[in-house]
Design a protein. Structure first.
Length: 257
């Protein structure tokens, strides 16, 4: 899908054949908590696509063709918000999206707003997580999405920061609210001084740019403690909980000790 096509929206009289038609396969969401270790609480739940019987994200995403990209993106947002409301989620909800699946932010957000209003979900508790940034050729388009969402009261995250050469230069143009530090940098940080040095540099960068950090892929208590000591209290990973299908995992508070 070429990003040069992002200059118009197909919505006419409140409907969009590109986005509003159902996807031809069933899917649902699992939820994984993002916790603030210092505050000892869940601050977000990330919605992760799964098959109706818990099949992997890859099984579902493998069925998403270019022609289905837009309606699948819309359907994911609707499903995530509906489930979050039904589960009485009190934390913020983080929804993944591909920038290439958005034509015009103000138009493509309408189904999200309508769903939030219908189920009573506060839009200020929505965070949009930008994934697969390496596939985005139109940097201005991504910047427009982030700035439009900020103007509408949403927050945005940049996923997998530090994984790939293009991540750092994105910050010359983009102003996300949160950077999610990739697992490749986080793992074994407690016993790897080089990783610790990189993490400290990311903390300094984030502080200067006024961006929050989330450490992804935290799997051990030692990693979690190390990250907290470096200055990254907001964390996500199997150490706290695995994604749970159509449910909110319960966090053992002893994990914060």
């Amino acid at each position: 899908m070429k990003t040069s096509e992002h200059h118009h929206c197909a919505r006419v009289n409140g409907r969009c054949n590109r986005c509003d038609t159902p996807v031809p396969f069933a899917f649902t969401m699992a939820f994984q908590p993002i916790v603030d270790v210092a505050a000892r609480q869940v601050v977000y739940y990330e919605a992760l696509v799964r098959g109706p019987d818990g099949e992997s994200a890859g099984t579902i995403l493998g069925q998403v063709t270019d022609d289905l990209l837009y309606q699948f993106d819309q359907a994911c947002r609707i499903k995530a918000i509906e489930l979050a409301s039904a589960l009485d989620m009190q934390a913020r909800l983080s929804i993944n999206f591909l920038p290439n699946a958005v034509y015009e932010p103000e138009a493509c957000i309408q189904a999200t707003l309508e769903t939030s209003q219908r189920v009573g979900w506060p839009t200020e508790r929505l965070n949009f997580e930008i994934t697969e940034t390496e596939r985005v050729q139109d940097r201005q388009h991504m910047r427009n999405i982030i700035e439009s969402y900020r103007a509408m009261g949403f927050t945005t995250s940049l996923d997998d920061f530090g994984n790939g050469y293009a991540n750092l230069d994105l910050l010359t143009d983009l102003r996300p609210d949160t950077l999610k530090i990739d697992r490749d940098i986080v793992m074994h940080c407690n016993r790897n001084p080089r990783r610790q040095a990189i993490l400290r540099s990311i903390v300094a960068l984030a502080n200067t740019l006024e961006i929050q950090l989330v450490a992804e892929g935290v799997e051990t208590r030692e990693e979690s403690r190390c990250l907290l000591n470096i200055g990254i209290p907001v964390q996500q990973g199997f150490y706290f909980a695995r994604p749970q299908l159509e449910a909110l995992p319960v966090i053992d508070k002893a994990l914060f000790d």
